[in-house]
Design a protein around this ligand. Structure first.
Ligand SMILES: Nc1nc2c(ncn2[C@@H]2O[C@H](COP(=O)(O)OP(=O)(O)OP(=O)(O)O)[C@@H](O)[C@H]2O)c(=O)[nH]1
Length: 668
């Protein structure tokens, strides 16, 4: 193992969990018999869950995040909407939630002392600023205060956790939903001890496999696929998120890259340089091109997810520059939830890499790990690791290899395939290795690999789930310039066009599509994989909120307040007990809730139950838990609709678990 002090593969036989062969079989079912089979079997036939001996049984951004989007055109000027669900106070909870949702809790019941601004304060302050015409504010971010630095786990403890993460092997593919296991159930009586629900009460849903686009839509889809090549010069769309620890150099690299690609003029660059220098922050000039908000500029950190568009020889790229600071991980989650691939920036300077990779508890420590783990759990499989700041160590090849040697085993154990991970050095401020081979002799003497643009071009675009029922998780709500309410987000499934009848969930509000834009251009048809701005007619604005979902009226997305999830517990010093308050992230939704039942602990290798109804679950364990949320959310079983069936659980400013939804209990 390369690197001192990192021993995360020692405790696990990683080969047992995944095949390191480069012949990566993307088929979840084959690849993850322990998870996929059991999840599907349970979904198809809940009563068939094996008994305990055999087995039984985680912005545009989440509520709260929003992308800084280019100035809307074609009638969709963005105006902030305060009526969003994200800013509402949740209804009072009954005894199940002894701590009010969103209450600031330092950690494990320790009250927040308000001696210094909490992350909430930063976010609320950020939210209160008026968006610039080219900016959509982060709204409704729900944060809880960070855990004290003393609570950070040891390296060895973190090592165990990282090893187990990959056991979930959450795959992002095409949401092809081979099984239509859409039935709701109330868990396994043998493990839960709960009575089975009255079948009359259960909602009957048509299997998703029965869905076929109507003839109009089918024709439009066929025409659009013929047009594809012609319209875009044969280029494919790629949603790309830039991740990494705070100050790793993400915004700087992307600002410089956009300039090199001709998307930012020399005049604008000069202005940013002048402004940054005048503010005593000259080294942030390139970052200021993306970090537009005054708070970002004064603090020197990204808060929102900045959205920009650029083209490479192969792709039309929608770029999401996620914040690296731990206070803003929810924004990062929502950005990553929309991405097909990620650039992971790691600071290669001596001490810089170590700070970013350190176990995540301390102030400013460790978002390299958390971002990588979250990205994988959100379905991102393709990664390019960019080692920045090598100019600070004479472009040392040894340092590059050292960083790679430490990070690669961690990424493997986090579930990334070696064949899906690219490695390259780059220097943002001087533009080395961004669009072509480096010119700096110290780097040019040994680097023979891809530039940043070549690495982006090597990413495969995601297969779009066009032939599935419409699913549009709402990432933002705003007023259309010509009247009407508009929503935006990434179309996870299906297609829509002007005149399409839709349903907004929760609540079952019918609406009609009045206009559609993709990347700021009015279009007749938008398809899965597109990021859209949609003006809806005939729906009350109170129905529209970040985390709500626009769907097909006859194939509505389930809405549930209770679900069972298979989770991997990440990094937490205290065991999870029944009743643990968590913040649940699923697609663009973020909701307060609690872990209401601990159903079973599983062997991560076999999926067998090792303990039913455990009293606690601890870091590193794979477990099935029941989660109850304060307000019903739109979600899907993972086997039905993958993009809507992944969850991340956060508490105390940390991601404590990631997982997949194995069953849900629909709200009537
Ligand atoms: N020497 C050197 N400095 C760099 C490099 N890349 C970025 N920097 C500097 O690192 C500092 C942080 O850069 P940012 O681009 O703001 O980092 P970031 O990752 O976007 O930070 P957040 O968005 O807040 O997470 C700035 O002072 C940059 O000039 C690099 O390759 N070499």
């Amino acid at each position: 193992m390369a690197g001192k002090g990192y021993s995360y593969v020692d405790d696990y036989d990683v080969d047992d969990w995944y095949d390191q062969d480069d012949d990566y079989d993307d088929d979840y079912e084959e690849d993850h018999p322990d998870l996929a089979e059991t999840a599907k079997a349970e979904a198809q036939n809940p009563a068939a869950k094996p008994a305990v001996k055999g087995r039984a049984d985680a912005s545009k951004p989440g509520k709260g995040t929003a992308a800084k989007q280019g100035t809307a055109v074609n009638g969709l000027a963005r105006a902030p909407l305060d009526a969003g669900r994200k800013v509402e106070q949740p209804p009072p909870l009954q005894q199940t939630f002894p701590i009010a949702p969103h209450t600031l809790v330092a950690h494990a019941g320790e009250p927040f002392r308000f001696e210094q601004p909490s992350p909430d304060d930063h976010v609320i302050a950020a939210q209160s600023r008026k968006p610039t015409p080219s900016t959509v504010q982060a709204r409704g971010v729900q944060q809880v205060s960070p855990r004290p630095a003393s609570a950070a786990p040891s390296e060895a403890a973190q090592a165990n956790i990282e090893g187990v993460v990959q056991a979930l092997r959450l795959q992002d593919e095409d949401n092809d939903g081979r099984r239509d296991s859409r039935t709701t159930h109330n868990g396994d009586a043998s493990t839960s001890g709960r009575p089975e629900p009255d079948p009359q009460q259960q909602r009957r849903r048509r299997p998703l496999s029965e869905y076929k686009p109507d003839s109009d839509l089918a024709r439009a889809l066929a025409e659009a696929s013929v047009q594809d090549g012609a319209d875009k010069g044969g280029k494919t769309r790629l949603h790309l998120v830039v991740l990494g620890h705070v100050d790793a150099g993400k915004s700087t690299l992307m600002g410089r890259l956009l300039h090199e690609l001709g998307h930012i003029s020399q005049k604008v660059v000069h202005k940013a340089q002048r402004d940054a220098t005048a503010a005593g922050k000259g080294s942030f000039a390139w970052a200021w091109l993306l970090d537009e908000r005054s708070e970002e500029r004064s603090r020197g950190v990204t808060v929102d997810v900045a959205t920009t568009f650029f083209e490479t020889p192969r792709h039309l790229v929608r770029l999401l520059d996620a914040p690296g600071h731990r206070d803003f991980v929810p924004n990062m989650i929502a950005g990553a939830a929309q991405a097909d691939a990620a650039l992971l920036l790691v600071d290669g300077s001596v001490g810089g890499f170590e700070a970013g990779f350190g176990a995540g508890g301390g102030a400013g420590g460790g978002q390299t790990r958390e971002h990588a783990q979250l990205a994988r759990s959100l379905g991102i499989e393709q990664l390019a690791v960019i080692v920045s700041k090598l100019d600070t160590c004479a472009f040392s090849q040894d340092r590059f290899e050292e960083v790679k040697g430490v990070l690669l085993p961690f990424l493997r154990t986090s579930g990334f395939r070696e064949s899906q991970v690219q490695w390259l050095p780059a220097v943002g401020p001087s533009g080395q290795n961004l669009t072509g081979p480096p010119t700096e002799p110290g780097l040019a003497s040994w680097w023979r690999g891809p530039s940043v643009v070549a690495a982006i071009d090597a990413f495969q675009p995601a297969v779009r789930a066009v032939g599935r029922p419409l699913r549009l998780p709402i990432a933002d709500v705003f007023k259309g310039q010509r009247g009407g309410m508009a929503v935006s987000g990434k179309l996870e499934g299906g297609a829509l066009k002007v005149g399409t009848k839709v349903l907004v969930q929760p609540g079952g509000h019918p609406a009609t599509v009045r206009s559609v834009e993709v990347d700021g251009q009015a279009v007749a048809l938008a398809r899965a994989g597109d990021t859209v701005d949609v003006v809806l007619a005939g729906v009350d604005s109170s129905a529209l909120a970040v985390g709500a979902l626009v769907c097909h009226p006859e194939w509505p997305v389930p809405v549930a307040a209770r679900m069972e999830a298979r989770i991997v517990v990440l990094d937490l010093p205290m065991p999870i007990l029944k009743g643990r308050q968590v913040s649940i992230h699923v697609h663009t939704a973020q909701e307060s809730g609690q872990i209401s039942r601990l159903i079973s602990v599983l062997n991560p290798k076999t999926g067998e139950v090792t303990r039913a109804r455990p009293r606690a679950i601890v870091k590193g364990q794979t477990a099935v838990v029941e989660i109850t949320v304060a307000r019903p959310v739109c979600l899907e079983q993972y086997t039905d609709y993958r993009a809507l069936g992944r969850i991340a659980l956060r508490d105390g400013g940390h991601t404590i678990a990631v997982g997949i939804i194995v069953s849900l209990h629909e709200s009537s």
